[in-house]
Design a protein around this ligand. Structure first.
Ligand code: HEC
Ligand code: HEC
Length: 194
């Protein structure tokens, strides 16, 4: 490359990068597709409604499995069913990678009163929630992050697991069947404020 001036070399590199990008792939289209998601999941990662989960900064493997399960009908939700109809497997993988790299938003949910914390901790320790959802409830891979998730959503989705309305994980359903509404409410408040 000695025959090129430094400025020309930079131009050459820029051209190579440009050529590399000019064949569109699912990964390159992800930010464009992600704009579709912002109308519900939020422009800045804060969902527009408390029944809608945070997906910014959620774990990649978990995000992909949920999109796949909505597409297969294993997890049922009318809004998400309509969304995933427009996505290929490659789009779902690219969107999972894209959203997992965004910063988790702070929903500003405070820790609940100490009696609720005590109740939730007792349940969590006996059910070994942190064994799967890991330290700080940050999860990893296909285990979802629970810390700081929307309280209303957490309560709804745990109730849905319990009733079988969310039927894409038999293990979570079996576990939550053993809990009362008050147990689930305490866990949701605890995890939201974690
Ligand atoms: C019309 C509103 C709407 C749009 C648009 C939308 N979502 Fe959702 N999404 C929801 C709702 C509501 C839920 C919760 C469903 C439930 O309660 O089971 C959800 C759930 C999810 C979940 C499961 C998260 C978890 O913690 O389990 C993922 C992943 C997801 N959406 C990704 C996306 C992506 C990616 C897009 C854009 C391609 C998108 N959504 C567009 C409303 C929407
Ligand atoms: C054996 C491992 C394991 C244990 C123990 C466990 N979980 Fe889970 N949990 C999972 C997996 C895996 C998923 C993802 C299921 C899926 O793909 O839909 C999940 C999903 C969830 C979700 C849904 C998150 C979302 O974004 O929709 C909540 C809430 C949850 N778990 C709460 C708990 C609580 C509370 C406990 C303890 C009482 C617990 N889990 C114990 C493995 C576990």
């Amino acid at each position: 490359m000695r025959f090129l001036c430094s400025g020309c070399y930079a131009l050459f590199l820029a051209l190579l990068i440009f050529i590399g990008q000019s064949s569109p792939s699912a990964a390159q289209n992800a930010p464009e597709k992600a704009a579709l998601c912002a109308s519900c999941h939020g422009q800045d990662g804060v969902p527009l409604d408390p029944t809608i989960p945070v997906i910014w900064g959620q774990n990649e493997g978990y995000l992909y499995i949920q999109l796949r399960d909505f597409a297969r009908g294993a997890r049922k939700n009318d809004q998400m069913a309509a969304v995933v109809q427009q996505l290929s497997k490659e789009d779902m993988q690219a969107l999972a990678a894209y959203f997992s790299k965004q910063p988790w938003p702070n929903l500003g949910q405070k820790a609940p009163p100490s009696d609720i914390v005590k109740k939730a901790e007792a349940i969590a320790n006996s059910a070994q929630c942190p064994q799967c959802h890991l330290g700080g409830y940050l999860g990893a891979g296909v285990q979802p992050r629970l810390a700081g998730q929307s309280q209303t959503y957490l309560r709804k989705t745990m109730t849905d697991f319990r009733s079988g309305a969310r039927a894409n994980n038999d293990w979570m359903t079996a576990l939550l069947k053993t809990y009362s509404d008050a147990d689930i409410a305490a866990l949701a408040a605890y995890l939201a404020g974690f």
